[in-house]
Design a protein around this ligand. Structure first.
Ligand SMILES: Cc1cc2nc3c(=O)[nH]c(=O)nc-3n(C[C@H](O)[C@H](O)[C@H](O)COP(=O)(O)OP(=O)(O)OC[C@H]3O[C@@H](n4cnc5c(N)ncnc54)[C@H](O)[C@@H]3O)c2cc1C
Length: 468
């Protein structure tokens, strides 16, 4: 029987970084990934083919509750980093203070976290987009904010703009490629079902019927699958009860001028006037996405196809107070996610939507299609915002989310935390979590920068204290 020193489950940002530092330290490591071994060039960004080959369940994942919230997870070599927009933020000091106070999360002073943030900013060439490349759809948002005197920034991304192709510095492009050079052992299309500890050795069982053995397990399967694996393995304390999402509502705007081009990608400006409670920004606006955004409006069957160059989609995203619960269903791979948004969260979403529509009209929009399930909500001018968007039945609100975290919070507070301050499951020797599940609460910002910072901090701590 082969016993690895470490098995890492999942190759998203958490797993890619964890396996890289373990392997670089000379350890005997196996990486197990449910998705396929695909690289950036194997699919076209934001295409249907990409959805089918790199998204969990082809992109069909949804919470239970009213409203139901579709969410997206990556399922491929590199996980979410392969399909995301690459938008980078550090956590705000207020959020870190809250984690230290409520979750008793240790050792998160600015000086020690800065080192990790700076490492990734350099390694992943976190940088601003050259001005000549900034899409018009992004510039109109900035222009609207300027007219309203609202705070608006171009957000940096992990892009290497000097490269001719594969500019996005995904995990397959960076840490996983380095892992290949280091001869890291990897298996693909194997979905971990359960973990068992027998005589001090961990056994990893997959749905495909394989089993692998190691002294230490790092579960990095993302904020939904990590708690699901732990719960199937009988580990339930503070696991899967506090999943957080960033509920996001969208609005698609029509302008006089052309603002959209083929292959535009995701525009880079965010409005932070109402942060951290609400942030406003730009969404992917390719023709298939615009057609989908208008698909509920029966009187506009060809509108997106005829006008797509003058249209773009924008979002309002909230930092919610509500938490979701992950519930495993026997004999299935996918847990159910029960998520009931509080009335305050719904009110915040509608407030964010109104502010977004105000911004779009200030930017010169001629028509705005909010993502609400009735044509009566379509707006032709700013003065319709209050009358049309003030009382909206929650059943008519169409939301989505791409940021999930907080399902196994780290820290020393026994009432709230699933792991210690460095991701170790408290009462199990050799079992760690090191992905978005650890982030204690919603950041109100794109999370991958902070998740990478903590993943490196935690794996280096493991190497210093236990695995050196
Ligand atoms: C469309 C989209 C856009 C986004 N844009 C941004 C952005 O611009 N900036 C930002 O900061 N964040 C963004 N995010 C969020 C970011 O991608 C995630 O926060 C990040 O990928 C989470 O990393 P992770 O390692 O926790 O999990 P994941 O990236 O989800 O990786 C988990 C991996 O584990 C594998 N896995 C799951 N279950 C199992 C199992 N049972 N056995 C084996 N393997 C398993 C999965 O296949 C996956 O590859 C975006 C996300 C999406 C979906």
């Amino acid at each position: 029987m082969r016993v690895f020193q470490d098995i890492v489950v999942g190759s998203g940002p958490g797993g890619a970084i964890t396996s890289h530092f373990l392997k670089k330290a000379g350890r005997d490591v196996l990486l197990i990934e449910a998705g396929s071994r695909l690289f950036q060039q194997d699919t076209v960004a934001f295409s249907k083919d990409e959805m089918l080959r790199k998204y969990w369940n082809g992109g069909v994942t949804v919470t239970l509750g009213t409203p139901r919230i579709p969410f997206i997870l990556g399922k491929c070599f590199g996980g979410g980093s392969e399909i995301n927009a690459g938008i980078y933020h550090r956590a705000s000091p207020q959020v870190l203070e809250e984690w230290a106070r409520r979750f008793q999360l240790r050792d998160i002073d600015a000086a020690s976290l800065n080192e990790h943030y700076e490492y990734f900013e350099k390694e992943l060439t976190v940088s601003s987009m050259p001005d000549s490349l900034i899409p018009k759809a992004s510039k109109v948002l900035a222009e609207g904010a300027r007219k309203l005197n609202w705070k608006c920034f171009e957000v940096p991304r992990w892009f290497d703009y000097d490269k001719a192709e594969n500019q996005k510095q995904t995990m397959s492009e960076t840490f996983l490629s380095r892992n290949i050079e280091l001869d890291l052992e990897m298996v693909f299309e194997k979905t971990v079902r359960k973990l068992k500890q027998e005589n001090g050795i961990w056994r990893v069982l997959t749905f495909e019927g394989d089993s692998y053995h190691a002294e230490n397990i790092f579960v990095c399967a993302g904020a939904v699958q990590t708690p699901s694996i732990l719960m199937r393995s009988g580990i339930g304390r503070n696991v899967g009860k506090s999943l957080q999402l960033h509920p996001t509502i969208k609005a698609t705007a029509l302008f006089d001028d052309e603002i959209n081009t083929e292959g535009m990608g995701v525009p880079v400006h965010q409005v932070r006037e109402f942060s951290p409670a609400i942030s406003l920004g730009c969404s992917i606006s390719s023709l298939p996405y615009l057609s989908l955004a208008l698909s509920e409006f029966k009187n506009y069957p060809t509108f997106a196809r005829e006008n797509w160059k003058r249209m773009s989609t924008y979002y309002a995203m909230i930092r919610p107070e509500s938490c979701a619960r992950i519930i495993n269903i026997p004999f299935t791979r996918d847990p159910v996610i029960r998520y009931d948004l509080s009335d305050r969260d719904i009110a915040n979403l509608l407030f964010g939507l109104k502010k977004l529509c105000q911004l779009l009209f200030a930017a010169g929009a001629r028509k705005v299609f909010p993502s609400l399930l009735d044509e009566k909500f379509i707006l032709d001018s700013e003065d319709q915002i209050e009358s049309k968007l003030t009382r909206v039945d929650r059943k008519l609100i169409q939301l989505m989310s791409i940021h999930l975290f907080g399902s196994c919070p780290m820290g020393e507070n026994p009432a709230l935390c699933a792991t210690d301050s460095y991701g170790r499951i408290n009462d199990r020797e050799g079992l760690y979590v090191n992905d978005a599940s650890l982030l204690c609460t919603s950041l109100g910002l794109n999370p991958q920068g902070t998740l990478m910072c903590f993943a490196r901090r935690n794996v280096l701590h493991f190497l210093e204290t236990r695995g050196g």
